[in-house]
Write a protein that binds this ligand. Structure first.
Ligand code: HEC
Ligand code: HEC
Length: 313
């Protein structure tokens, strides 16, 4: 009997030591590193592509990267209270050592495809654009390299501090970068209204990721596989970290926008005004989309399955 207790005691101590080591490994060892590639890309220099790049950067990237100086110098993206640590978005200005001056063009493209930064670490699970067309990726980078006021060198330096939880999620592979598959990515032609609308709503302006059930279950590679696709229920923070639940924008007649007209939809997306005159929270970015883009997104949204909103606890 005594021997039995002794063995059990040793086992218990062993388990506690092993857990302690595991915790120390999660908490103190460096985050995993992944290989970086400098993709072979050619930047456009024509004004149409630059305008395209400006549209995407100023309407999507800027939402997370606009700093206090008005440039894309980075901002607090997640405060410590969220549990993942203190996460700052990066400095995307042309600063040679603190901004994107230190990246090769092809390294920026690789980061957008996979989520892997030039320092070989993963940029959290927030920075993956696998379905953006090669043309749009090149246009974005051309704009980031331009003389635009938003990207003039800014010396802001902020370093993210990942919490124990975030480190564990990354180290155990719950958050991992995407594999670069080296396949060309083409946008559908504008003449195919529904396909083009799908491209804009899922790959470019990310309506789908905010408007599905939540970011953790969002299927970035195949957005249609996301739970609650376009049925809302995701908690979205504004820049002061006040939360608003995203809305159902499927054609569901009661819970979604099934009874809206296209003009009402345009008012909501461009100006943030609902059909009943109420104003949308600023957690919903005011995106100045062109008429052409908005009608494509509208046409596409008519085709997504009408779902009921399920808000997870
Ligand atoms: C949902 C918010 C969000 C959006 C939208 C977003 N980013 Fe980021 N980005 C981040 C965060 C957060 C980080 C830094 C994560 C970390 O700590 O590593 C980051 C990091 C980066 C970095 C790495 C910077 C460095 O110092 O290594 C680049 C480059 C970048 N983003 C470019 C872009 C571009 C281009 C777009 C638009 C196509 C974009 N981001 C859109 C949140 C975002
Ligand atoms: C950063 C996250 C985010 C992105 C990106 C986003 N939305 Fe929203 N959207 C929200 C939130 C949050 C609300 C709810 C605001 C409120 O209730 O005040 C909302 C509300 C709406 C509404 C109003 C619905 C209603 O019933 O009142 C429409 C329409 C809409 N979004 C369309 C879009 C479209 C189209 C896109 C892409 C071009 C888009 N959203 C991108 C977060 C987002």
């Amino acid at each position: 009997m005594k021997k039995m207790f002794k063995i059990l005691g040793f086992l218990l101590v062993g388990i506690i030591l092993a857990l302690g080591c595991l915790a120390a490994w999660v908490g103190f060892s460096d985050l995993p590193e992944y290989p970086v590639q400098n993709l072979d890309i050619k930047l456009p220099s024509d004004s149409i592509s630059l305008a395209r790049g400006r549209g995407i950067v100023e309407n999507t990237c800027a939402h997370c990267h606009r700093g206090e100086d008005g440039k894309l110098s980075g901002r607090l993206f997640l405060p410590e209270t969220e549990g993942f640590g203190e996460i700052w978005s990066g400095n995307l200005t042309r600063h040679p050592t603190l901004g994107l001056g230190r990246y090769q063009d092809g390294e920026i493209a690789y980061l957008l495809r996979t989520g892997i930064k030039r320092d070989k670490k993963m940029a959290g699970p927030f920075m993956m654009y696998p379905n953006l067309s090669d043309e749009d990726v090149a246009a974005i980078i051309a704009y980031l390299r331009s003389d635009a006021p938003s990207v003039q060198a800014s010396a802001v330096k902020r370093v993210s501090k990942y919490s124990f939880l975030a480190k564990a999620l990354i180290k155990f592979g719950a958050f991992k970068p995407l594999t670069y598959n080296n396949q060309p990515v083409l946008a559908p032609p504008k003449s195919d209204l529904v396909a083009y609308g799908r491209y804009l709503a899922t790959a470019v302006y990310e309506c789908s990721s905010c408007h599905s059930a939540n970011f953790e279950t969002y299927a970035v590679l195949e957005p249609e596989k996301s739970p609650g696709f376009f049925a809302g229920g995701n908690k979205i923070a504004d820049h002061e970290f006040n939360y608003t639940t995203s809305r159902n924008i499927t054609p569901h007649p009661e819970q979604g926008i099934g009874k809206w007209t296209e003009t009402q939809f345009q008012m909501a997306v461009r100006a943030g005004i609902r059909p009943d005159g109420t104003i949308l929270s600023v957690a919903m970015p005011r995106i100045p989309l062109s008429d052409e883009e908005l009608s494509a997104i509208w046409a596409y949204l008519q085709t997504v399955p009408a779902l009921e909103t399920t808000v997870e606890k």
